[in-house]
Design a protein around this ligand. Structure first.
Ligand code: MN
Length: 762
């Protein structure tokens, strides 16, 4: 236990102030003994955390207070959750026990704190793969969703204050957060929190790009404001009955023809997209910042009674599209069918001033609150419309997956990712009943979703009256008809045609059952045969298994019943004293036993390795066998990490390698901190993709000249393909470090005819 500096009187004052502020905010919601409990929770947490401090030096108690505030203000949870949040770290980090909490605060709070304690410190547990952690997170989630919401608030605060953590921890936390918490925030509809967390993750992983985008957003802010004003001007002109209210709110006094007066307030927002989504655009579309037109969306939020929501949203839509031409295929009506996470809104893209595409989102205050705060806000409006069971359905899905047997943790993760983090697809039965399946689900999944017996007997599937393969991926609006046959039986290949956990586990169970039934027949046949040969069963069967190279008795029985093993083969044995005796030198038949011919070829690492200057866990890398990952080819100066392979050698990856997140998450315990030392005379292979036009003046010639003569770089390979003047080239060069590579790339980019140069990521 580290020793801490005592809390100073000044700090105590600050703590009390922060708590009082929280108390005042929550107090209007108090019921029963909430007031007493919240005070008691604070006193207990204050006492229990005592002199503990956070990495930042702040008294620890400030953290639970802030988490409680986030729960209340940013997620919209009530007093019980606030009390749980104040206590969320006491059982984990202090002397207070779970039964103390139960005694003082009763079963509700105690259950929440217990759940939070169980899922705490996931990343610290380095020997445990992440899948098991996720399973833990989910089991607490189905017990009380508040647990996971408080956990998200906790993670959000930790992310907001992550600057005080050492860099390698930041990376680990970022990886875990992006793997588990970002999708959860998405699925629970906590859009604001998701956006903020994703931006912090980007800041950790790609600080340069992050800062670049932030500065660009600031730089262009004025232009954007002007543009949004220009956009809105003809709208307000068109709706001349619209009156501006003092707070920048507007009042729509009457409809255009003057009768049917609709009175409602609304407000307009120009919202900039998340930094991370701009980043993804820059990377995937490879366009410069200036060319991204959908940096922002215009949001029109109407404050109207629930009964009129749909009508008024469509009315606003029609006003907007009277002025600006809409792009029809970009119309998304999530009011009629809300998204799987409860999101409701009407989206369209129109051609705005200067011919730019502008996304317009129309929604009501209620929809907006749900979109921003998600789950908790959703429950506030429970009973409003049919979409309210989306969470119930989701929670049921989680329960189902947790109950499903998975062959390993990775399969569980995959199952979870496809079934729960994904959006949904809506399809119909022949009677027109709607079924909701995870996006990516297949026609065969649909059959199992209707009923497992229907799934087992499926022989063909019609979608919109046409026969499709059973693995056909469902599209919204498809109408499906299942054709069955009594004699049909699932086979191994079916597993490749389904994605839902339900279908998979049913197919597997059926195959197991099939195997078991066949096994009994096979065993009986063998018993009969051995009886005829006048030898005992039990004392001889293992000899047969071994002789023919089977892994186990059931495998042999199964082959016998399938006629893959012929009884005649038993003739190789001779019978002595009622026992089988194996022939002297007969080569094994049937399934060959694994021959243990592990090809222990050490990959060319030793040869291609150039002496380098890397520290792994602060020690020179030379003591390890190591190699640079071929997927991302790090050069000196790139942020890197080392990954311990199953052959006990190290692979050095770039931190932004496309495989990194996966490795960090699934095998976090194999990841070692790695960094470059300053000194170094090594060279690295970097691969560059160059695109441009060769207008006949020999760009390619110039290019090679510049690289080998001006830049004095050693070119390892060069391949180029082109068509009608346009060319794409792949060049590998040897460079000393990231700076030299950047200089080279800048120089090449400046050449006439080159319009894009990038480092090959994969
Ligand atoms: Mn915490």
């Amino acid at each position: 236990m580290p020793t801490y500096k005592a809390i100073s009187p000044n700090e105590l004052l600050e703590i009390k102030e922060a708590y009082t502020e929280l108390f005042d905010k929550v107090s209007p919601k108090f019921k029963g003994d909430d007031e007493e409990n919240i005070n008691e929770a604070f006193e207990l947490a204050l006492e229990a955390h005592g002199e503990q401090r956070r990495k930042s030096g702040e008294p620890y108690i400030m953290h639970p207070i802030e988490v409680a505030r986030i729960c209340f203000e940013e997620i919209g949870l009530g007093p019980t959750a606030v009390i749980g949040a104040i206590l969320h770290d006491v059982v984990e980090d202090t002397q207070i026990s779970q039964s103390d909490i139960l005694d003082k605060f009763g079963p509700k709070v105690s259950k929440i704190v217990d759940g939070l304690t169980k899922i705490d410190g996931l990343y610290n547990n380095e020997s445990s793969p992440q899948a098991a952690n996720l399973k833990k997170v989910l089991s607490t989630l189905v017990e009380d969703v508040r647990v996971i919401l408080i956990k998200l608030a906790d993670r959000l605060h930790n992310m907001r204050t992550i600057d005080s953590m050492p860099r390698h921890k930041q990376i680990g936390i970022a990886a875990e957060t992006s793997y588990i918490y970002v999708p959860l925030a998405h699925r629970l509809g906590l859009y604001n929190i998701k956006k903020e967390i994703e931006d912090i993750i980007l800041k950790i992983k790609e600080p340069e790009d992050y800062n670049y985008i932030i500065s660009k957003i600031k730089e262009t802010e004025g232009d954007r404001k002007n543009y949004i004003q220009d956009f809105f001007k003809p709208l307000s002109a068109k709706l001349d009955k619209l009156k501006e209210d003092t707070n920048g709110r507007y009042k729509y006094m009457a409809s255009e023809n003057g009768d049917e007066a609709l009175t409602f307030d609304y407000r307009i927002l120009g919202r900039t997209k998340a930094v991370s989504s701009i980043y993804n655009k820059l990377k995937t579309k490879k366009v410069p910042f200036e060319k991204i037109y959908d940096l922002f969306a215009i949001r029109i939020i109407a404050d109207v009674p629930i009964e009129e929501e749909k009508q008024i949203c469509w009315q606003i839509y029609s006003i907007v599209t009277d002025v600006y031409k809409p792009i029809p295929e970009r119309l998304k009506d999530w009011i009629t069918s809300p998204k799987g996470n409860g999101y409701e809104s009407l989206h369209t893209t129109v051609i705005g001033p200067e011919g730019r595409y502008v996304e317009v989102q129309v929604r009501t205050e209620r929809m907006d609150e749900i979109a921003e705060k998600g789950f908790a806000a959703h429950w506030k409006y429970k009973g409003v419309n049919t979409s309210n069971n989306v969470y119930d359905r989701w929670l049921n899905n989680i329960r189902e997956i947790l109950d499903t047997q998975h062959s390993d943790a990775i399969e569980f993760l995959n199952d979870f990712k496809t079934n729960l983090f994904s959006e949904e697809v809506y399809v119909f039965t022949p009677n027109g009943d709607m079924r909701v399946l995870p996006k990516g689900a297949t026609a065969l999944d649909f059959a199992f979703d209707i009923h497992s017996d229907l799934g087992y007997k499926t022989t063909a599937i019609k979608v919109n009256n046409k026969i499709v393969p059973m693995g056909y991926k469902l599209q919204n609006g498809d109408q499906l008809e299942i054709i069955t046959s009594k004699n049909q039986k699932p086979s191994e290949s079916w597993l490749k045609m389904v994605v839902t956990g339900k279908a998979r586990s049913k197919i597997r169970a059926s195959m197991k059952e099939d195997r078991r039934a066949k096994g009994i027949l096979g065993k009986e046949a063998l018993e009969r045969k051995l009886r005829n040969m006048k030898v005992g069963f039990d004392e001889n069967v293992d000899l047969i298994v071994k002789h023919f190279g089977y892994q186990s008795r059931p495998d042999l029985y199964f082959d016998i019943s399938n006629d893959d093993f012929k009884m005649a083969e038993l003739k190789v044995f001779t019978v002595e004293n009622q026992r089988l005796v194996a022939p002297a030198k007969e080569p094994p038949k049937g399934n060959p036993a694994p021959t243990d011919e592990q090809t222990k070829t050490s990959p060319k690492s030793a040869k291609t390795k150039i002496s380098t200057n890397i520290l792994v866990n602060d020690e020179p890398i030379d003591q390890y066998k190591y190699d640079f990952a071929r997927c991302c080819k790090p050069v000196q100066g790139d942020p890197i990490f080392a990954y311990l392979t199953s052959e006990n050698s190290l692979k050095i990856h770039r931190l932004n390698c496309t495989n990194a997140e996966n490795l960090l998450m699934k095998y976090g315990y194999r990841v070692l901190k790695a960094e470059w030392t300053r000194l170094g005379n090594s060279e690295f292979i970097a691969e560059l993709m160059i695109k441009g036009v060769d207008s006949g003046v020999g760009v390619i010639q110039t290019l090679t000249n510049v690289i080998s003569n001006d830049l004095q770089l050693n070119m390892r390979s060069f391949s180029i393909k082109g068509k009608e003047g346009y060319f794409e080239g792949l060049i590998s060069v040897l460079v000393k470090n990231k700076d030299q590579l950047k200089l080279a790339m800048d120089a090449i980019e400046k050449l006439d005819g080159i319009y894009e140069i990038s480092r090959v990521e994969k």
